[in-house]
Design a binder for this molecule. Sequence first.
Ligand SMILES: *Cc1c(COP(=O)(O)O)cnc(C)c1O
Length: 367
Amino acid sequence: MKIDFANLTYQYQLYKDEIDEAIQKVLNHGKYIMGPEVGELEEKLCEFTNAKNAVTCSSGTDALLLAMMALDLKPGDEVITTPFTFIATAETIALLGAKPVFVDIDEQTYNINTSKIEEKITNKTKGIISVSLYGQPSDLDEINEFSKRCNLFHIIDGAQSFGATYKGKAEVHYCDIYTTSFFPAKPLGCYGDGGAVLANSDELAQKIRMLRVHGQNKRYHHKYIGLGARLDTIQAAVLLVKLKYYKKDLALRQEVAKKYSKKLKNVKNIILPFVKEDRTSAWAQYSIRALNRDELQEKLKESGIPTVVHYPMPLHMQKCFNYLGYKKGDFPVAEKVSEEIMSLPMNPYLSNDEIDYITQKVAEFAK
Ligand SMILES: *Cc1c(COP(=O)(O)O)cnc(C)c1O
């Protein structure tokens, strides 16, 4: 059997007629930048999450930049975040001249360990970025308790979590700004780069809208130093089609995760994903831990099962962050998990046969 990891081409085939038509419509009307589909998508994103405002943009990375620029992050400021995430979370902090301050992760959820945040707060701390890793929200109430008490901003990097809920609501309702990514392999992906910034504050949303187009409030009149960070109209058109089916896709991902967990429950030598009861995951990834991770990956690959390691090296060990002065041993949980974690194929269309095959092979080779 040969398994497809994210099966994006299958999804395209499924919605091909609608997607082709939507793209063709953009090609014909010719408003390739900020065409009507962009505004329409922003409305639909608000409907989906009950957010007051949604501003689409060019990527999940630019969404983070826009969020921090809107919150006036300045050189020398400190931002607390997790070292166990994609580089963009901390890279954008550093790019704005601020300092990423890492806090180790929780051993069960792999999200930031909230009990360790307080000891990292200094008089330079400006905010916290929590990351909803693999699609699962962090302990948002606890984080908001600190952020309100210490007058910090809280951004949620939801690049992997669009559609996830915390206590029954979308994550945008538990932070100042929620950012997400529409990179093709994310749960809601377009056919290129894309992202969005969601916020309930009208004031922040208005500023983000300006920052997205070179800080202008009127053409050629620039109030802020901004970015060229718009979402292409064609990508918005694709997303409008996919968003219609997204609730269903999320439910199917949830089903796949359930089936995986049921089949792998009694397999020795692996640790399964853990989602807390008061929240739901968008299941960007189904990631397990195995002591013989590298060997297991190799054996699965030989069996036609692709796997990916998210992420092999925590950010405090990355060369680009040498200057921060961290060393191996500073975040033992993140370091251990990075040596054991691997993601199994995850997409809404995995069949029962495929899941049976994958879980049998994992059981056979995990040691
Ligand atoms: C993918 C990802 C990003 C970046 O999104 P892009 O659209 O690729 O720029 C940021 N943070 C996390 C946690 C991600 O997984």
